[in-house]
Design a protein around this ligand. Structure first.
Ligand code: HEM
Length: 406
């Protein structure tokens, strides 16, 4: 089948950063849900960087199928993108190797740990952060809150010494900013490797009850993780766990602040927090697009994908598919719940999805317990921005501290 190439045009490129959703909607309407072309902006990239065969999956069914059929669509593409900075991890593995390795590292994310982490780590971390701005009556919830709490949570869960937090925060930001300054990202990657090796070493002589301790201990069929596997996985947690969580909690706060009636309903009825989190993840996923390789010629929604093609798997578009959700572009926490695909699907389904949901719930609960009348200051036009990673750059708000008896 001779498929026309559909790419983001120069005119569309600026809209793509501010609001890619109308472009995604056009692509769903004008295609079978799959097309030859891309949902990424290639207008400024050197031609040589563009893969020879580039396709995009934009309907829910197509995205779901690509994620679930890892034989036909593998994730080796990560070896030449983020894998260059974090090293070999489960993200780029498949089949038995992926299964064995994922089993080993997932022992550090047991649900037993999660119920302990909430009262012992997440709630105290979030409340300590709110202490820092609660009396001011105003804050930038990105700078003062969403950017900071996932870093503090992960450093406590890893069991890093408190005094290392400023160093760790700086290196983490440098590592995840590889698309802005790849040289600095490489340096941060090397520094984190040395740092984590030292932490691993300390736990070999004195075991600890934290994620690094669990990874050092992890064993399946008598096999342990190598040092390289451990420090690479720890580096993976920075883009996979830290960046996604800070962005998704910023997106949720932005959506609630710009829908004050729904925010007020959540403040009155905390049972609405869980549906609000899911609707926030659906409407504004922190990561709109990931990529896969086609391992052999394959049919997808009537389109022939050649072997070796790169496929944009557009989570953001799938989450807005009008065949799955009525009024799919609207943020509505009261809508009938139909699962979104922001945590992917199939064998690479997000390993931190329960932690991410718990962190976001606790963050919102604590904000609502400690602050009232939270109002967005709209003078500077705060909005969600970016592609494929999206979130607000600032969320200036005013509020009043909640009275202790309220
Ligand atoms: C709202 C927050 C989050 C979102 C939207 C998210 C989304 C995703 C997505 C889409 C993938 C699949 C990527 C792919 O296959 O190309 C993924 C994988 C992964 N995520 Fe998350 N994630 C979030 C939070 C977290 C957290 C908090 C952690 C851990 C601290 C985490 C750890 C991982 C890991 C280890 C993988 C790799 C799984 C594998 O390849 O088998 N994520 N995540």
């Amino acid at each position: 089948m001779d498929t026309p190439v559909l790419d983001v045009t120069a005119d569309e490129a600026a809209d793509l950063l501010r609001n890619p959703y109308p472009i995604f909607e056009r692509r769903r309407r004008e295609t079978t849900g799959v097309f030859c072309g891309s949902v990424m902006d290639w207008t400024r990239a050197p031609a040589a960087m563009r893969p020879e065969h580039l396709y995009a999956a934009v309907s829910f069914d197509a995205v779901n199928r690509v994620f679930r059929d890892s034989k036909a669509f593998n994730s080796h593409i990560y070896d030449s993108t983020v894998g260059l900075f974090i090293g070999p991890t489960i993200l780029a593995m498949e089949g038995k190797q992926h299964w064995d390795h994922r089993n080993l590292v997932s022992s550090a994310f047991k649900s037993k740990s999660l119920s302990r982490w909430e009262p012992e780590v997440v709630r105290p971390v979030v409340n300590a952060l709110i202490d820092e701005f609660v009396d001011a009556g105003e804050a930038d919830l990105v700078r003062d809150f969403t950017l900071e709490f996932p870093t503090r949570v992960i450093s406590r869960l890893l069991g890093l010494p408190e005094e290392d937090l400023p160093w760790f925060r700086k290196r983490a930001v440098e590592l995840i900013s590889y698309h802005i300054n790849y040289k600095r990202s490489f340096e941060a990657s090397g520094a984190l490797k040395e740092y984590f090796l030292d932490q691993i070493d300390k736990r070999r002589s004195r075991p600890t009850e934290d994620i690094i301790g669990d990874l050092v201990d992890a064993e399946v069929d008598g096999e342990k993780l190598s040092d390289e596997a451990i420090y690479s996985f720890l580096r993976l947690l920075l883009p996979a766990g830290l960046e996604t969580t800070y962005r998704s909690s910023g997106n949720l706060l932005y959506l609630l602040l710009t829908h004050p009636d729904q925010f007020a309903a959540v403040a009155v009825n905390r049972e609405l927090i869980a549906p609000a989190i899911e609707e926030g993840l659906r409407v504004e996923t922190p990561l709109t697009t990931v990529q896969r390789y086609a391992t052999a010629e394959t049919q997808l929604e009537g389109v022939t994908i050649p072997e070796g093609a790169v496929i944009d798997v557009c989570i953001g578009s799938a989450n807005h598919d009008e065949r799955r959700w009525e009024r799919s572009e609207e943020f509505d926490i009261f809508r009938k719940r139909v699962p979104h695909i922001s945590f992917a699907a199939g064998e690479h389904t997000c390993m931190g999805l329960h932690l991410a949901r718990m962190e976001t719930r606790v963050a919102l609960e604590c904000l609502l317990e400690r602050l009232t009348d939270i109002t967005l200051v709209t003078d500077g036009d705060p909005h969600i921005y970016g592609q494929p990673f999206r979130s607000p750059t600032a969320l200036p708000v005013t509020f009043a501290p909640a009275r202790a008896d309220s």
